[in-house]
Design a protein around this ligand. Structure first.
Ligand code: VG1
Ligand code: CO
Length: 547
């Protein structure tokens, strides 16, 4: 039966500009009347040709997901979608949403998540749109959505009661079909097609191998339970914090040594009997890999995955190329050089990898922020990375830390760390970046903190496939010995500004590989402060988070 479309008058809200990964704001901001509706309408107004098509909808289970999903279902019906595939209980991890969009050839998808940001009534909420390739909408699209939010005068909905999403099955809103799907099945099936599950199951069954996966009370719980403990037969209890909670148990679902300290400590304690640890973030696209008393740096992880691709069924035929975001360490570049394949350097954010993957130029992609993925979907994929590592461990039969140390011996070590200064007053952070940019022309050839600077610029990227240009993507200072310091402001925070300082130094000499990371990078930390005047401008003497 057809339903009457209701037009609700509205007026624009300022600041609905998507950042690195969708629109992220405090829940209190999203709860304002018509705030969510305006943004969703702006997305729908930017699309064309969605009539009768399929939309995928789901989120990371955080607070306000349930309300937002019902609102979006009604608006999707008003916008003329023919069908919505929604995860049971509104759950879909980011990589699973990408897999579902691709498998069912959907028109696009809406993912409700603020990823690793805190949840709950006082926490963050977020929304992003993915295109029919399963990947985050590109800058041209998100810019158009933003422009539309600035001129919006109405949103469209229908009068229909909430749909019970607690069981798989079908329902309808007017002529639009609502299919409530198992959030795990499609993604699990895809992952199983890429890796040697028999071999991984054999590893997980060994008495001398014990794994822990920390889902951080976020979305990967159901996926990890089904894949690791279900299909792969890992002992019950392998997955911890495996039930998604609206407030993530009060923590940050951010798999780094600070927020996943419990896992890191367990792997550092020989009494735990654990040999391998992993964790994922709020929406399941990030991963952390932990060996015995050893946290694998995400940049190293990408390089190790690339170097070992021949061991993985899906990639044994070879890699077309690899790609990394600019601030990610150059470890993978060294692997690419040896393999004789291209290595692309993109701005921060997964949306820039999409065109490379679609064009078949890259097979593996990664970011220093604990994101790795491949051409199997168009998002980074936390469990994919964990399974890739397990497959390597199963074939090579050595612990994770030994694999990384051998990698360093073969390729040299790109010692790497990121220092985050959080909650800086926006005006001060902007001033710091402005002054740093103004100083760029004088830096090459000068000494800072006693170190000779070879080059300095503000990273700009031209997409090799569509020629689109993205400017001001981060200030890079390159030293004569190849070391780098990169500065940029986060595009995912919701309070003040976060300054990210990325530090990298290449160490070829194997006798120096065990020097602690922060010690090895200390001279670069001094340089970063001298060049950018961090302490003078912000008053901060040390970072809030070191990863
Ligand atoms: C951060 C990371 C970036 C990542 C983005 C989204 O962005 O640095 O590498 O792609 O988060 O990750 P920013 O702008 O705060 O530095 V997540 O797991 O949202 O989806
Ligand atoms: Co995420």
């Amino acid at each position: 039966m057809s339903m009457k479309v209701i037009s609700v008058p509205s007026t624009p809200y300022a600041g609905q500009k998507p950042g690195t990964s969708g629109l992220r704001k405090k829940v209190t901001v999203f709860r304002q009347a018509r705030y969510l509706e305006n943004f969703v309408q702006a997305i729908f107004d930017t699309l064309s040709g969605q009539q009768g098509q399929t939309l995928v909808l789901g989120g990371d289970g955080r607070y306000y997901n349930d309300v937002a999903i019902q609102t979006i279902l009604r608006m999707a019906a008003a916008a003329g979608f023919g069908r919505v595939l929604v995860g049971r209980d509104g759950i879909l991890s980011t990589p699973a949403a990408s897999a579902v969009i691709r498998k069912w050839q959907a028109f696009g998808g809406i993912i409700l998540s603020a990823s690793h940001n805190e949840g709950g009534p006082a926490g963050d909420f977020g929304i992003k749109y993915n295109l029919g390739n399963g990947g985050p909408a590109n800058e041209a699209f998100t810019d158009a959505v933003y422009r539309r939010t600035q001129e919006i005068s109405a949103y469209y909905t229908v009068d229909s009661s909430d749909i019970d999403l607690s069981r798989t099955g079908e329902a309808s809103i007017g002529e639009m079909l609502v299919c409530i799907i198992d959030p795990v099945a499609d993604h699990a099936e895809l992952l199983e097609s890429l890796f040697d599950f028999d071999r991984i199951a054999g590893l997980l069954a060994r008495p001398d191998f014990r794994m822990r996966f920390d889902a951080m009370h976020a979305v990967t719980g159901p996926y990890a339970h089904a894949i690791l403990e279900g299909r792969l037969g890992a002992p019950a209890g392998t997955v911890v914090n495996g039930t998604p909670l609206p407030d993530f148990g009060g923590g940050h679902p951010d798999p780094n040594p600070v927020w996943a300290a419990e896992l890191v400590n367990a792997l550092a304690d020989s009494r735990s009997g654990l040999s391998f640890g992993a964790a994922s973030d709020g929406d399941g696209d990030r991963n952390m890999i932990v060996g015995r008393n050893f946290v694998v740096s995400p940049s190293d992880s990408l390089a190790v995955l690339a170097a070992n691709h021949a061991l993985i069924p899906a990639y044994a035929g070879g890699l077309a190329g690899v790609a990394r975001s600019m601030p990610t360490s150059c470890a993978v570049d060294r692997v690419a050089r040896e393999l004789g394949i291209a290595c692309y350097e993109t701005p921060t954010g997964w949306k820039y990898f999409g065109s490379l993957l679609d064009a078949g130029l890259a097979t593996l992609c990664g970011e220093e922020s604990a994101g790795t993925g491949s051409n199997h979907v168009r998002e980074k994929d936390g469990l994919w990375a964990v399974l890739y590592w397990l497959n390597i461990l199963a074939v090579r039969d050595m612990p994770a830390d030994v694999i990384v140390r051998e990698h360093w011996q073969r390729f040299g070590r790109n010692v790497y760390s990121r220092h985050d200064y959080e909650g800086i007053e926006t005006a001060k952070a902007d001033r710091l970046m402005d002054e740093l940019r103004a100083r760029l022309p004088q830096l090459p050839g000068s000494l800072s903190n006693g170190l000779p600077i070879a080059a300095a610029d503000d990273f700009a990227y031209v997409d090799p496939v569509d020629g689109s240009r993205s400017e001001r993507q981060g200030v890079r200072i390159l030293l004569e010995d190849g070391s780098r310091v990169v500065f940029r402001l986060s595009g995912t925070g919701t309070e003040g500004a976060t300054l990210r300082v990325y530090l990298e130094r290449f160490v070829a000499d194997a006798s120096q590989h065990e020097v602690p990371t922060q010690e090895a990078l200390a001279p670069l930390v001094g340089l970063a402060d001298a060049v950018a005047q961090i302490t003078v401008i912000t008053g901060r003497t040390c970072p809030d988070v070191i990863s």
